[in-house]
Design a protein. Structure first.
Length: 315
């Protein structure tokens, strides 16, 4: 804001001393003879007062800038709280695996349940699928508190929209609300890599990815978290759009299993949800170790037996 006019308001507004004297003659004599309620210090001029106010304003602004710079370097508030104190080059790792994809009958979301910070496992039973509404779900990857807070705030906004408009919000609008919310806090330490999935009344299934910088992407398939590369390996090999709900659930379950098996920062319980025109429903919940030593162990044994039989036939 340009405050230069405060230093010399007469020059800024083009008012000379002669004009001021002429203007004073327009004031009734009865008013000029009145005793002021307070004594004005001698020599105090309007422009001098304004100059002092401008200087005080600049001084206040300088103090605010210094306080802001200090808060960024303060280990309690700035980005330094998210790195190792002894070595700023070491950043804390956020581990998880979440995925989502569209198919012919809806949208599928699959997640693990481990919360970690580096090598420390804080919890093995985190609910990483946030229920936004009957037709909307969100996933958590990054900071658990950040994702949980902002997606629950999104649930509130979606409900208000439904009450005001008399119809449920679209998936695109819901994801845009979330992106707008976190965009205002970009660069302030948020850690989010979320998916917003749902079923629209007109367009059908929809899937969006939103991160802590306010990036918003529409897509057919996403995976987020430290184990996402392993999940993508399974999805790229076996994904197809034309699948039944049972096939989609098995694919999501298998992709998360392989990620939890290979990624040290993912694990715990595997949760699989599917959103159709009737709303969302949880189709699977089970421990990854039960799959490793149960269903998939039997599949590996059967594959080994088949390979051994084939080798014997060839011989």
């Amino acid at each position: 804001m340009d405050l230069s006019f405060l230093k010399d308001p007469d020059a800024f507004f083009g008012v000379s001393a002669t004009q001021q004297q002429d203007a004073s003659s327009l004031v009734p004599a009865s008013l000029l003879s009145m005793t002021p309620a307070f004594e004005v210090p001698s020599g105090l001029k309007a422009h001098a007062f304004m100059a002092d106010a401008a200087a005080e304003l600049e001084e206040t602004k300088a103090k605010e800038d210094q306080a802001a710079a200090k808060s960024l370097s303060d280990p309690r508030y700035g980005p330094s709280r998210y790195v190792c104190p002894s070595n700023p080059a070491i950043r804390y790792k956020h581990g998880t695996t979440t995925l989502g994809f569209k198919f012919s009958h809806g949208v599928l979301l699959a997640v693990d349940s481990r919360a970690s910070m580096g090598s420390y496992i804080g919890s093995g039973t985190v609910e990483k699928v946030i229920r936004i509404s009957k037709y909307l779900l969100g996933t958590m990857a990054g900071g658990a508190a950040d994702c949980s807070f902002w997606e629950r705030q999104l649930a509130f906004q979606c409900r208000v929209h439904e009450l005001r408009e008399g119809k449920r919000i679209s998936v695109a609008a819901a994801s845009k609300l979330l992106a707008n919310n976190v965009y205002q806090y970009r660069g302030m330490g948020l850690s989010m890599g979320t998916m917003v999935a749902g079923w629209d009344e007109v367009t059908g299934p929809a899937l969006f990815y939103v991160d802590d910088e306010g990036t918003r992407l529409r897509g057919e398939m996403f995976s987020a978290g430290s184990g996402s590369t392993y999940a993508y390996g399974v999805l790229d090999n076996e994904y197809k759009y034309e699948m039944t709900v049972e096939e989609a659930v098995e694919l999501g379950k298998r992709a998360i299993y392989h990620a939890t098996h290979r990624d040290a920062y993912s694990g715990g319980t595997i949760n699989v949800f599917c959103i159709t025109e009737k709303g969302w429903k949880q189709y699977f919940r089970g421990d990854m170790n039960s799959l490793h030593y149960g269903q998939y162990a039997e599949e590996r044994a059967a594959a080994e037996a088949e390979r051994a039989n084939k080798m014997q036939v060839d011989e």
